[in-house]
Design a protein around this ligand. Structure first.
Ligand SMILES: Cc1cc2nc3c(=O)[nH]c(=O)nc-3n(C[C@H](O)[C@H](O)[C@H](O)COP(=O)(O)O)c2cc1C
Length: 315
């Protein structure tokens, strides 16, 4: 069973992934948040940093891209293969209207002919291509026409988050629809969505016993040792985990400081990081509030000290 980290734009960037890998570990495969090709035909620097330099990014990294036409698929296949990657992942799940209106992310799902056309004209099998998708944009049966196409075009694996795009992240995951598809496709499907504790994982494993790949996102950000719990690896004691969290935080801070310009840019990255990181501490709301309202690095450091004076929540 492979446990991968879901891509979360704004949270699981290269800085986070590098610090997590070094200080905690337990994840088998990482995905970048989606890269896009801009209208001017270039990839912006922040997106390039996710995948370049290849040697410095972790070896278990799969770059992900958004794409709504053949040119974009061609571009990313060439770009990633020239960098040295052997796998890539096509995002057909992003639910945000800014993306779906352009026929990208889950905006592709009502249009299986377009997906087939892009694969037919642009995919050259230079890399192993997987797809991350939802059940549909509006209707949870849209996927029925898509999976046969993905199989026909040699897509290696399908990671399914069983919601439709219009739900965004609300409402329940649709395990009945996942089950219908699992009966037909079994381990061709990986599972993603709302796994926040070992019991959630056990439920999915119990329902879909031959599943080979489970991807976790927000659950991991709230509990960095969730992969340990799932895999039955014993956890370090509380003091050691506190040190690991501290080292993780300090590494992230240092990495941002190494290339961002000035304190305010660093704060713009560190404050969102605490949205989930604060979940590790008792009084998480108070901890996050102190971080959020801290103005300047000195006050920020005091708020960090306050956080680390709290007990860890999941002791
Ligand atoms: C803030 C945020 C950013 C996300 N960014 C991406 C992304 O870049 N690419 C992607 O495929 N999914 C993205 N997702 C979706 C997650 O990868 C995942 O499918 C979703 O959160 C459900 O899994 P979870 O319940 O384990 O978090 C994002 C989700 C959130 C909440």
């Amino acid at each position: 069973m492979k446990i991968s980290l879901a891509p979360l734009q704004g949270y699981t960037d290269w800085v986070f992934r590098q610090a997590y890998q070094k200080n905690i570990g337990g994840i088998d495969e990482f995905y970048t948040p989606f890269l896009v090709l801009q209208n001017d035909g270039i990839v912006k620097t922040a997106h390039k940093r996710e995948v370049e330099p290849f040697e410095a990014r972790c070896k278990d990294l799969i770059p992900q891209f958004l794409c709504g036409n053949s040119e974009e698929l061609s571009f990313f296949e060439t770009y990633f293969s020239e960098l040295g990657y052997s796998k890539m992942n096509w995002n057909m799940g992003c639910p945000y209207p800014m993306v779906t209106k352009k026929g990208k992310g889950s905006g592709l799902l009502p249009n299986p002919d377009k997906i087939e056309d892009i694969l037919k004209t642009a995919f050259h099998n230079k890399l192993d291509l997987s797809v991350k998708l939802r059940l549909g944009l509006v209707d949870d049966s849209e996927i029925d026409l898509i999976l046969p196409i993905l199989k026909d075009y040699n897509i290696s694996e399908v990671m399914l988050h069983p919601r439709v795009g219009k739900q965004l992240y609300k409402g329940k995951v649709n395990l009945n629809r996942f089950n219908d598809l699992y009966e037909k496709y079994e381990s061709y499907l990986g599972y993603n969505g709302d796994i926040c504790c070992k019991e959630d994982f056990d439920k999915i494993k119990g329902l879909f016993p031959t599943i080979q790949h489970v991807m976790i996102g927000r659950g991991l950000l709230k509990d960095y040792w969730l992969p340990h719990r799932i895999k039955g690896i014993s956890l370090p004691d509380s003091d050691e985990r506190r040190d690991q969290l501290k080292n993780m935080h300090n590494d992230i801070f240092k990495l941002y400081a190494s290339y961002l310009q000035g304190d305010s840019q660093i704060m713009q990255k560190m404050k969102p990081f605490w949205e989930y990181f604060s979940s590790h501490f008792d009084n998480d709301k108070k901890v996050f509030k102190a971080i959020k309202k801290s103005a300047g690095i000195k006050k920020y450091e005091q708020a960090v000290e306050f956080a680390f004076s709290q007990r860890l929540k999941l002791d």
